[in-house]
Design a binder for this molecule. Structure first.
Ligand SMILES: Cc1cc2nc3c(=O)[nH]c(=O)nc-3n(C[C@H](O)[C@H](O)[C@H](O)COP(=O)(O)O)c2cc1C
Length: 355
């Protein structure tokens, strides 16, 4: 099997799937500024999740195609899919596998009502037999595309309460290469701190299953150093980061983009993360704002309506890029009124001229 998971350097780091956030535009930025020759086999990207039912409908598939677009620089990249109908999961994964992804991940953790009401996402925690059928269907889909890529699952510690046992045991009866655990229940959403202590319990269950399944912890990781500390303290193979990457295309290079004052020029240094050399700090405000403009331009080119997404999707990025320096609030207010990349560029350039 072409299983990229087995070739990863540990601990490895995963970009979390985040709907309307880790789209092709933001992934392009994260890959360009964060993936390099040294960490190529240590950083795994996920797409936003995509509906299997949607992919089975000719018209909807066209509309969803942008979710499954990626560039070579993003590899290894895993496509995430959700659904509760094994037949549709099979068909959808046949299509996804044919696009050349390195793996397919099944979402079994989304707490959103629109997903739960379909019996998909975290609802599958309540129907483990169906969850197992879905894993089998995904394998069947991959096989019928003539491909041989690994299948993984991303889930939570339980639905309403912690139910690692028997939920994880059930999942381990199927063929999965990695398991990502968002360390909260579905009911908790992201409202309480992630409980990393559960990693130990899950590790034991994996060990007892006798299977080689990589364990990825997820929840509240701030930066790459924090990710490495958590991997070493709790003993998971990989760490997945979601909100920690907001506003930081340099994340996987270890850059710290929190600054308290405007720096006139970039000050890259080289530090270490474990044995690996990384670039540490410091991205200047100008660099960060230039990245914001570049990100917005790619969004406009690839995704902006009438193509796929409303320009407002970019605005949560504006909030993340534009803070922590003098004048950030005023700049943010102006950016919130924009409708396209040209307007963003004009406002940012004007701001930078005054600095
Ligand atoms: C805006 C947003 C969208 C998300 N979309 C997805 C998704 O498509 N699939 C998924 O498995 N999880 C999704 N998640 C959950 C994240 O992947 C991750 O599990 C969660 O944010 C916890 O990690 P963090 O504390 O590092 O952010 C989403 C989270 C956010 C904030």
């Amino acid at each position: 099997m072409k299983n990229f998971w087995t070739k990863l350097k540990k601990p490895f780091f995963c970009l979390a799937p985040m709907s309307d956030v880790t789209d092709i535009a933001f992934r392009y930025m994260l890959a360009k500024y964060g993936k390099n020759r040294e960490n190529k086999n240590q950083v795994v990207f996920w797409t936003e999740f995509v509906s299997a039912d949607g992919l089975c409908n000719k018209f909807a598939r066209k509309k969803l195609a942008h979710i499954l677009k990626f560039s070579e620089r993003e590899r290894p990249i895993v496509a995430q899919v959700f659904g509760a109908n094994p037949e549709n999961m099979k068909k959808a994964c046949q299509y996804i596998a044919s696009l050349g992804f390195d793996g397919i991940d099944i979402n079994m953790g989304c707490p959103d009502k629109s997903v739960i009401n379909q019996g998909a996402g975290a609802a599958l925690i309540k129907t483990p037999e169906l969850a197992r059928k879905i894993i089998q269907a995904v394998h069947a889909g991959i096989k019928s595309a003539g491909c041989d890529i690994p299948v993984s699952v991303k889930t939570r510690i339980g639905f309403k309460k912690e139910e690692i046992n028997p939920w994880i045991e059930e999942l381990l009866k199927e063929d999965i290469s990695s398991l990502t655990i968002h360390l909260r229940t579905a009911k908790e959403l992201s409202l309480v701190p992630a409980n990393w202590d559960y990693i130990e319990k899950i590790k034991k269950i994996i060990k007892n299953s006798g299977k080689e399944v990589l364990l990825i912890g997820n929840g509240d990781v701030k930066d790459l150093k924090d990710a490495e500390d958590k991997a070493s303290k709790y003993g998971c193979d990989g760490v997945m980061i979601g909100r920690g990457v907001f506003g930081n295309p340099w994340f996987f290079n270890g850059a710290d983009v929190n600054f308290s004052s405007l720096r006139p020029s970039p000050e890259y240094g080289v530090g270490t993360l474990g044995k690996q050399k990384i670039h540490t700090s410091s991205v200047s405000v100008a660099e960060k704002l230039e990245a914001l403009v570049e990100h917005t331009q790619i969004f406009d080119k690839e995704l902006s309506k009438p193509k796929h997404k409303n320009f407002d999707v970019m605005k949560k990025h504006f909030k993340a890029y534009v803070n922590g320096f003098d004048g950030a609030k005023e700049l943010r207010i102006k950016l919130m009124e924009t409708k396209n990349a040209k307007e963003v560029e004009k406002i940012v350039n004007k701001f930078l001229e005054t600095q």
